[in-house]
Design a protein around this ligand. Structure first.
Ligand code: NDP
Ligand code: GDR
Length: 330
């Protein structure tokens, strides 16, 4: 495959079996980049990825294995590193706070250090993109949140991501093109049902067919939900921008979890969603922001980035996917 002018020869993507990692690998392969993906040893999704995207070179290494991470970076000698791997569930991070710190906080520090080492060794610049999160802002006092909003996490996940965010800034000051993309929630049909959006769309389709109910936690939480491939596009633009910066990536609009439910159920053909939703107090988090909303003005100005899929369209696509899945259309 011919390489698109201006794109690197080799990229390393951690978390390549995840939602964003899959979209990113597909994008980079289309551009003619030689893509190397880091996979967790024993990851059940690795075989499927290898069949779907045989062009991607897979390297098995656990994020907690510092030597293995350093070895992969040295073997691949990438010009771009996208660090998407880690514990990505805020809810789960309350159950495993220490593992979350190790995998989502310390591992990025190892990868940043390995990337700088590689840059020094080869003399070739390495661009590093960290998938940071709106959760670093916790319950922010300003809305919308931008790159100047104080970092004050509320969850173990947010604290781990905050450490990684600061380490990006440390390595940037040491001469690495290290970028922190502060991503707000982004969804797709590839989102696992451990996250509320996919849990809702799958439940809507099931309930439309068989009746029944779904248990949810906080229905009032308001989140800024975008379309995952758009957020992958922002990360690629950030890697290739002349200067390394922090970028908020968000749509700037919020909806309540209840709004998501209402719309998804309507698409599935159910008007009276309240009759099918039970609130389970155990699904509420010990602490969380009532609303998270981002101002992506800097990404718009510097990267020319803008979201391309509306909230309504995203929900429609997710429900349609789950409906086709049930009918066996895919
Ligand atoms: P996913 O949960 O879909 O993907 C996470 C990836 O990390 C998976 O490939 C997973 O592999 C891998 N991983 C987990 N533990 C390890 C480990 N010990 N060793 C090696 N790999 C491991 O996340 P998303 O694609 O949704 O998100 C990508 C990144 O962006 C994450 O860092 C997330 O925190 C961040 N982010 C995401 C947002 C969103 O709304 N999606 C918003 C803000 C930030 P396996 O499948 O084998 O477990
Ligand atoms: P979040 O996503 O924690 O924002 O993290 P999630 O979809 O888990 O929660 C969104 C909101 O929905 C509320 N909620 C529920 N959540 C889940 N998972 N299950 C439920 O049954 C339920 N009921 C209500 C939550 O309380 C929350 O307010 C996502 C991840 O992608 C992170 O990796 C990322 O960093 C942040 O978004 C920005």
């Amino acid at each position: 495959m011919q390489r698109t002018p201006g794109v690197p020869a080799r990229a390393l993507v951690t978390g390549v079996t995840g939602q964003d990692g899959g979209y990113l690998a597909e994008r980079l392969v289309r551009e003619g980049v030689q893509v190397h993906g880091l996979v967790r040893p024993g990851c059940p999704d690795a075989d499927g990825l290898a069949r779907r995207l045989p062009q991607v070179h897979l390297h098995a290494a656990d994020l907690s294995d510092e030597d293995a991470l350093r070895r992969v970076v040295a073997q691949v000698a990438p010009q771009e590193v996208y660090n998407l791997a880690g514990i990505s569930s805020v809810a789960y991070s309350w159950q495993e706070p220490v593992a979350t710190a190790r995998l989502s906080g310390l591992a990025p520090a190892v990868l940043l250090d390995a990337a700088l080492h590689e840059q020094d060794r080869t003399g070739e610049p390495v661009a590093f993109v960290q998938a940071s999160s709106a959760e670093i802002f916790g319950a922010a006092e300003v809305a919308p949140q931008d790159e100047s909003t104080p970092v004050r996490p509320l969850s173990p996940y947010g604290a781990a991501k905050a450490y990684a965010h600061h380490m990006v800034q440390v390595y940037r000051s040491r001469g690495l093109h290290a970028t922190s993309c502060i991503l707000f929630n982004h969804e797709s049909p590839r989102r696992p049902p451990t996250f509320v959006t996919r849990k809702i769309t799958q439940a809507a389709v099931r309930i439309a067919r068989e009746g029944g109910t779904v248990e949810l936690g906080n229905l009032e939480a308001r989140r800024d939900w975008g379309w995952a491939p758009d957020y992958v596009d922002a990360m690629v633009r950030a890697a290739r921008h002349a200067t390394a910066e922090d970028f908020v990536v968000a749509t700037g609009t919020t909806h309540a979890v209840a709004d998501f439910v209402a719309l998804a159920f309507r698409h599935a053909g159910i008007e009276d969603w309240r009759a099918h939703v039970r609130v389970d107090e155990a699904l509420r988090r010990p602490a969380e922001a009532r609303e998270q909303v981002g101002d992506a003005g800097k990404a718009r100005r510097l990267l020319g980035w803008a979201p391309t899929v509306t909230f309504e369209e995203m929900v429609a696509r997710m429900v349609q996917h789950d409906r086709d899945d049930v009918r066996g259309d895919r």
